[in-house]
Design a protein around this ligand. Structure first.
Ligand code: COD
Ligand code: ATP
Length: 197
């Protein structure tokens, strides 16, 4: 059984790759999902966010106003740092616990930790290898604008809060090129899968 970290910038194609790996038989740990779970109403991180950012960021149904908080943290380094300090330690801990559990179960040939900030938060320590999904900057911006229905300015802001692809490459033992059509990317993934199982 192998435990790998799958990372890449926002809208680089991680979900496209991990969905296919799941189809092939891998177990996927979606770290964005873990990040959503830990801020559910009433949980400690939710309370910290409410105290730090104020009631304005809590919707009537008590959920965090993710759109509003996203707008703030993608335009303010200080706010982003504050949110990261609240959420990242718990995200790392929860991911670590899940990995330990899966290691004992030994049910899957491949465990994939799908995490956009895998390298930034030091989660590389938890995995045996880092796989990086790459896409050209212009294409990334274009896909992000379409997927999230946001402006060019907003897309640029989001991309620029994350580590540059060139820097991420230093940590990667495998690079998946997602510049071409989806089928081309899936073919690369299948080739990798066939080598490890
Ligand atoms: C800012 C929040 C509320 C925006 O929520 P929203 O539902 O709009 O986006 P979602 O959570 O689906 O994230 C979308 C993408 O944004 C990027 N992103 C999210 N948080 C961050 C961050 N702190 N720094 C840089 N990029 C980030 C990632 O590429 C992620 O895939 C939310 O992303 C959040 O709580 N972020 C802090 C937790 C975190 O760092 N998550 C990433 C897991 S490693
Ligand atoms: N090769 C491709 N050609 C065209 N569109 C693509 C390709 N790969 C992915 N996309 C599209 O680009 C968008 C981003 O892909 P995906 O959601 O897989 O990225 P991600 O890295 O998981 O994003 P995030 O971390 O921001 O959630 C999606 O709308 C997806 O359908």
């Amino acid at each position: 059984m192998k435990i790998i970290g799958l990372t890449g910038g926002i809208a680089s194609g991680k979900s496209t790759v991990s969905n296919y790996l799941k189809e092939l038989g891998a177990f996927i740990v979606d770290v964005d999902n873990i990040a959503r779970e830990i801020v559910e109403p009433g949980k400690p991180a939710w309370l910290e966010i409410k105290n730090e950012f104020g009631q304005d960021f809590i919707r009537n149904d008590q959920n965090i106003d993710r759109k509003k908080l996203g707008k703030l943290i993608f335009s303010s380094n200080l706010a982003r740092e504050k949110l990261n300090n609240i959420t990242h330690p718990e995200i790392i801990l929860k991911t670590q616990e899940l990995i330990e559990e899966l290691k004992h179960q030994k049910l899957y040939p491949l465990i994939v930790i799908d995490a956009p900030l895998l390298i930034e938060v030091g989660m590389t320590e938890l995995v045996e290898e880092v796989w990086l999904v790459v896409v050209e900057y212009q294409e990334q911006i274009k896909r992000l604008m379409i997927r999230d229905n946001i402006s060019l300015e907003e897309a640029i802001k989001k991309v620029h809060t994350q580590m540059k692809t060139k820097e991420k490459m230093k940590y990667a033992s495998l690079i998946i090129n997602n510049n071409n059509c989806i089928q081309n990317t899936l073919n690369q993934v299948k080739e990798i899968w066939d080598k490890i199982v």
